[in-house]
Design a protein around this ligand. Structure first.
Ligand SMILES: Cc1cc2nc3c(=O)[nH]c(=O)nc-3n(C[C@H](O)[C@H](O)[C@H](O)COP(=O)(O)OP(=O)(O)OC[C@H]3O[C@@H](n4cnc5c(N)ncnc54)[C@H](O)[C@@H]3O)c2cc1C
Length: 450
């Protein structure tokens, strides 16, 4: 049988892979795309979107709870089953709709992981195919914990699809996925434990604010075990026993379901990348400033799987795809822009950050002004009886520009976008202070933080 040849072969149908396939097909290129799971990727099927649908209901629940006796007589009860059905209305149609759009664009689909045979040749669905350019956009996959009993561990995909919510849940890992799901589960009525190896949840975020969020989580009923390293999971008759080491002792807890939220790693194991001379590193597929692989110039990578300078998030996957798609179609011209990228943890309250942290300015703190305050008395929080609102803003003293912002507030995700704009556009403090914003709004609070 003749070997099929393509201009571009994309591996992965998530936010980044899809965009490249559509762009190249629209430019008249012969394009194929492969995925070994449901089409449409992590964000829409089993990531940001379904998570936010579940979190959204808990936000409304919490808002009502804050105002109990202050306008609300009864606090609404969350019904997990109907919430799951509602979530399904967002996710259910995603794979088929994606396949339909890709086929309509003239793109050839494969439903398996391709394997590299050489620098331009792949084996997929038992066929050999060649492509001038191969794009790796396979994202991340949960880190496999090398502990006895790891086969009993569930992952975030399982949580987002739970038909009934267990009474007791344990998360191994207090990163953003573990903490977000822990908050959803706790507000939906589960007894939640988070086991965290270090002394901080949400490493990478501001320690003062993560400590505050840890306290808030405890008040919500989430039991956080710090400095605890899980080393075994045992199946009991109905439940599981999770063993962990802490301060030299081995302790254990019994729980109904255990989730591995200990991190995510590049999804590259099935690709036989060594056959294609594709360079990799711990963070994923090695790329240069054009998102081209450093070992095989026919290979490009973007999104979570690319070891680029950006954090693994949907907006960065989209931005990288835009740049990579141009470079493939028009030759290497575009580089990743040097911009700050915001990150948001969708707990309640939300924790958001952008730009530099206090840890980045150690040893040069005299050049910066750090404004740190707890402001639950400000009207935007107070009128909804929200008791947690803190910010930390880092200002370059000489340039009088913002270089970092960290916010803990119910609306931190929206506020951080304003800071992202200010930092990337290098707006000065006086320009921001002279801006007229609407009142009463959260955005207007920014002026008080400067
Ligand atoms: C629970 C959860 C919540 C999240 N919440 C947020 C959030 O709130 N905000 C945010 O910005 N980001 C969030 N993310 C991260 C976000 O989903 C990713 O950054 C984004 O999906 C990355 O897009 P991508 O195109 O790089 O990869 P993906 O969307 O992961 O797509 C990769 C695709 O490649 C496929 N694939 C993998 N290996 C192979 C293979 N060997 N062969 C063929 N196909 C393969 C996968 O099946 C997948 O469809 C969340 C992630 C998770 C897991």
């Amino acid at each position: 049988m003749a070997i099929k040849e393509f201009d571009v072969f994309v591996i992965g149908t998530g936010s980044s892979g899809k965009k490249i396939a559509f762009d190249c097909a629209a430019d008249g290129m012969k394009v194929a795309i492969a995925d070994n799971r449901e089409f449409g990727g992590t964000c829409a099927n089993r990531g940001c979107d379904p998570k936010k649908v579940l979190a959204g209901v808990t936000e409304i629940y919490q808002a009502a709870k804050n105002l109990e006796g202050k306008g609300f007589l009864d606090i609404p009860k969350i019904d997990w089953e109907s919430l799951q059905k509602y979530k399904q209305t967002f996710t259910g149609a995603v794979p088929a709709a994606n396949e339909k759009r890709l086929v309509k664009a003239g793109i050839t689909l494969y439903h398996q992981s391709p394997k590299f045979l050489d620098e331009n040749t792949l084996s997929v669905e038992g066929k050999t195919v060649k492509a001038k350019r191969i794009v790796i956009a396979t994202g991340l996959t949960p880190l496999v914990l090398k502990i006895p009993g790891r086969e009993h561990l569930k992952v975030s995909d399982d949580f987002l699809n739970l038909e009934t919510l267990p009474k007791e849940i344990t998360f191994i890992g207090g990163g953003y996925i573990g903490m977000e799901l822990a908050h959803i589960a706790a507000r939906c009525g589960a007894k939640v434990t988070v086991i965290q190896s270090g002394d901080q949840i949400l490493k990478g975020f501001d320690k003062d604010l993560t400590d505050q969020l840890a306290e808030i989580s405890k008040e919500l009923g989430i039991h956080i075990l710090f400095g605890a390293r899980v080393n075994k999971v045992e199946k009991l008759q109905k439940n599981y026993r999770v063993f962990y080491e802490t301060e030299g002792d081995v302790k254990s807890i019994v729980t109904e379901m255990v989730f591995n939220s200990a991190g995510r790693v590049p999804s590259i194991d099935d690709l036989d990348l060594e056959n294609g001379n594709v360079d990799i590193e711990k963070r994923g597929v090695s790329v240069n400033e054009y998102l081209q692989n450093t070992g095989n110039p026919n290979v490009y990578a973007c999104g979570d799987v690319a070891a680029s300078v950006y954090p693994p998030l949907t907006p960065t996957a989209n931005l990288e795809a835009k740049i990579l798609s141009e470079n493939i179609r028009k030759g290497n011209k575009l580089k990743l822009p040097n911009i700050v990228i915001p990150s948001v943890v969708h707990c309640i309250p939300q924790l958001a950050m952008v730009g530099l942290s206090e840890s980045d300015i150690v040893g040069k703190s005299e050049h910066y002004q750090v404004n740190y305050e707890e402001v639950p008395h400000w009207f935007s929080a107070k009128h909804k009886n929200e008791v947690d609102y803190s910010y930390k803003v880092i200002i370059d003293k000489k340039k009088q520009t913002i270089v970092g912002a960290h916010i803990l507030a119910s609306n931190a995700g929206e506020l951080i976008n304003m800071f992202t704009l200010a930092i990337n556009q290098q707006l000065t403090i006086s320009e921001l202070k002279n801006m007229v914003f609407a009142y009463p709004t959260w955005g207007n609070d920014i002026k008080g933080m400067l």
